[in-house]
Ligand binder design. Structure first.
Ligand code: SF4
Length: 348
C-alpha cells in the first residue's frame, strides 16, 4: 500500500500473490520482504526493452523492425552480466532471444507497429509504447464483501497494472504485455468464452465447499479486469473515441515452441499469443454496458482487494489448498509462523 495519497494502492502482481496465499501477500507486498523468486527474469526484460524500442521508432516494415530489435538487443546483450556455464550457452541464449524477436515480428509485430502509428495519429498525445506503461483502475469497495476483515476498510482502492504498449486493431484499443510464459493461464489459453468451464473454474476457486484452487488463471482474470479498465481510462484521456479495449499477453521465454538445430547452430521458435478479452467478458454484462466487462469478476475483484488492503492475511480459511499448492514453493516458508507451526505440530 502507498501512503502517497489517501487512496490505498494494490498491484496486479499483489492480487496474484494474495490469491495464492494472503500471508505470502503480507510478506511480499505489506512488509516488502523480497523472495528469491522476485529476481526479475533479466533476459525477458532485455527483449521487452529491445522490442519496445523498435516499436517506438515508428518503423512498420517487418525486416526493418526486426533489424532494429536485433541491433538494440545486441547493445543490451553486451552489458548483460548473467553467469552462463559456457560461451556456447551464452551464444545459444542470445540466439533464442533473436529467434523470439523474429517470431514476434512475424506473428504480430508488423500489424501492431502499424496499429501504434494509427493510434498515435488519432490520439492527442501521450505515450503508447513502454516498457511498463502504467495503467490503473479505481475499485469501489463500499459494496464489497469484506469477510472477516475490519469494518473500517477504505472505501476504494487503486489497482495498478502495466502493459508494454498499446496498439489499435480496427475499432479496438489493444494493450499488450510481454510475459515470460503463458503457462500460468492454464485453461484460459484454450478457451475463448467465459461461459462454461472458465466461469466454473473462477467461481469454484472462491467456493469454500470446493477443493478447487486455481490462483494463477483466477489472478489473470482479475488482472484482465484491471487492465481493461485502465485502458478505458487511457482511451478517454487520449480522446480515442469509443473504441472497445482488449488485453493480449505475448510470451517471451516460452521454450515449448522452440526448435534447435545444433549442427547449423540455428534456432527457430513460434509464439503462442493469448488474447484474454473474450475469455473474460460475459455476454450479459456486455449486453448491459456495451463494454468489455464481467460483473462476476469485477465483484470478486472488489472483495479480494478489500481483503488485501485490510488484512488480517490469515491463510486458515484455505489452509488445505495453500499447504498443498503454495507452501512447497514459497520463498517465505522459513519465516512463516503459519507454516512452521503446522510443520512442527503446534497448531493445536
Ligand atoms: S509458507 Fe505457506 S502459509 Fe506461509 S506465506 Fe508461504 S504459502 Fe503462505
Amino acid at each position: 500500500m502507498s501512503d502517497a495519497d489517501s487512496v490505498p494502492t494494490l498491484s496486479a502482481d499483489g492480487l496474484r500473490t494474495g490469491l495464492r496465499c494472503p500471508r505470502q501477500y503480507e510478506f511480499a507486498h505489506v512488509h516488502d520482504l523480497e523472495g528469491e523468486a522476485a529476481a526479475v527474469d533479466g533476459r525477458v526484460d532485455l527483449l521487452r526493452t529491445a522490442l519496445c524500442d523498435a516499436l517506438r521508432s515508428g518503423e512498420t516494415d517487418g525486416e526493418a523492425l526486426e533489424g532494429l530489435a536485433e541491433d538494440r538487443l545486441a547493445t543490451l546483450w553486451a552489458d548483460h552480466d548473467e553467469r552462463f556455464h559456457s560461451a556456447t550457452q551464452r551464444r545459444h541464449e542470445r540466439r533464442v532471444l533473436e529467434a523470439t524477436a523474429a517470431a514476434y515480428v512475424e506473428a504480430v509485430g508488423v500489424d501492431h507497429a502499424a496499429g501504434i502509428e494509427r493510434l498515435a495519429a488519432a490520439a492527442i498525445g501521450g505515450e503508447l509504447v513502454g516498457p511498463g506503461l502504467p495503467l490503473s483502475s479505481t475499485v469501489d469497495l463500499s459494496g464489497a464483501d469484506r469477510g472477516d476483515g475490519p469494518a473500517s476498510a477504505p472505501e476504494s482502492v487503486r489497482i495498478d497494472a502495466t502493459v508494454d504498449y498499446v496498439t489499435g486493431d480496427g475499432s479496438s484499443l489493444v494493450g499488450v504485455r510481454f510475459v515470460p510464459t503463458v503457462a500460468p493461464l492454464g485453461l484460459l489459453r484454450y478457451r475463448s468464452d467465459w461461459a462454461g468451464d472458465v466461469a466454473a473454474l473462477f467461481t469454484d476457486h472462491f467456493d469454500p465447499e470446493s477443493a478447487a484452487f486455481d490462483p494463477a488463471p483466477v489472478g489473470a482474470l482479475l488482472e484482465t479486469a484491471v487492465v481493461l479498465d485502465g485502458l478505458r481510462g487511457l482511451r478517454d484521456r487520449l480522446e480515442l473515441g469509443d473504441r472497445t479495449c482488449r488485453y493480449v499477453q505475448v510470451p517471451l521465454a516460452d521454450r515449448s515452441g522452440t526448435a534447435v538445430n545444433w549442427v547449423r547452430d540455428d534456432v527457430e521458435t513460434s509464439l503462442e499469443i493469448v488474447d484474454l478479452t473474450d475469455v473474460y467478458v460475459d455476454h450479459h454484462t456486455y449486453g448491459m454496458t456495451h463494454e468489455h466487462r464481467n460483473a462476476t469478476v469485477d465483484d470478486r475483484l472488489a472483495s479480494v482487494a478489500a481483503a488485501l488492503v485490510s488484512g488480517p492475511y490469515d491463510p486458515e480459511e484455505r489452509w488445505a489448498a495453500i499447504e498443498d499448492h503454495a507452501c512447497p514453493t514459497c520463498d517465505y516458508a522459513v519465516c512463516c509462523q503459519d507454516y512452521i507451526a503446522r510443520e512442527v505440530g503446534f497448531d493445536g
